[in-house]
Write a protein that binds this ligand. Sequence first.
Ligand code: ATP
Ligand code: MG
Length: 384
Amino acid sequence: MVLPDGVRELLARLRAAGYEGWAVGGCVRDTLLGLLPKDYDLCTNATPEQMRAAFAGLRVVETGIAHGTLTVIAGGEPYEVTTYRVDGAYTDHRRPDSVEFVREVERDLARRDFTVNAMAYSPEAGLLDCFDGRADLEKGLIRCVGEPGARFDEDALRILRALRFAAVYDFSVEENTARAARERKGSLALVARERVSAEMGKLLCGRAAERIAGEFGDVMAATMGARLRAQGLGATPAELPLRLAHALQDAPDVGSVLSGLRLDRATERAVRELLREKERSRPQGDADWRHLLHELGQERALQLARWKGWPLADARTVLVRGDCWNLRQLAVTGRDLMDLGIAPGTQMGAALEALLEAVLDGKTPNEREALRERAKKLAGIAEK
Ligand code: ATP
Ligand code: MG
């Protein structure tokens, strides 16, 4: 298994200081899947203090020392290194009340959520796979480590994580894990909304989102507080605003669903605006596209087109040719119209809008003289 130089350096330093060190979790899973891991997490039997000594000379950031985690910069990249630990009780279904450091890597692996996430690798010892994660990866199965019901009771977010990994990798949820997930779907309402939101976003953008949202419609509805539309999700581009708009199009109270998700402002606004335009018909030709761009702005108009699957050829023509579709592009300014004797204020605003309208429709070229002539007629200004 190929590891980045920084990871190799950290593992070598831990070993040189007499400790164990492993790459663990998502990076092992993704590497075995032939994917490029997003990041590499390490675990070790060294305590944070012992790590500090082993990593002397490297930049260390104290991210979560109470949870045994240091972030260390090696090879120019930050890596989280965490002491082997088990989680204490979860009284709020969100975070363990406490963590306990342990001596054995196997116990650290046993606290992890799914078999495919509970593998560790080190260059010396090779793959450490106590729960047959590799076999589940090959079968395409998301299976809890240990008894699914108990694991979901500890942390209900794992229910959604199971669906997320299945949707992202196009895996199945193992039968007992799936049953326990359905039985406990009610507890998802208790999970912190930010955590739900992050998992839901990844789930909806997953390549098997349509299948998973269909198979687990009940769990998804319990999480979101509204039934989602699964059908057609797969054909919707995997961009969060589009997938959300598609999934929520039948929801009676989109506003409260969206505010419950605590999305960033831009995403939330995009979903609201896309849903507002859901019945809009496909633009026919350049003029329609100029109007759409004017009304929605370029980003939203193109998003809407991607959602609806509209052909983009005409939009591209309008944009590449540099057609005028907003006031900034209009070949006359308010000053030009003032020079013609049009008063600033309402009259001016109306005149500019009327000129733009004519340009959008293709009734007037976007040229200064032509627009001045039209403005004079509009304002009833006689030729000198
Ligand atoms: P991604 O590639 O999306 O980051 P990941 O597997 O790295 O996936 P993280 O949320 O970054 O997921 O978590 C890192 C590791 O920590 C997981 O692989 C898993 O072993 C463990 N883990 C994360 N969340 C939980 C949880 N709620 N319960 C148990 N173990 C968890
Ligand atoms: Mg990760």
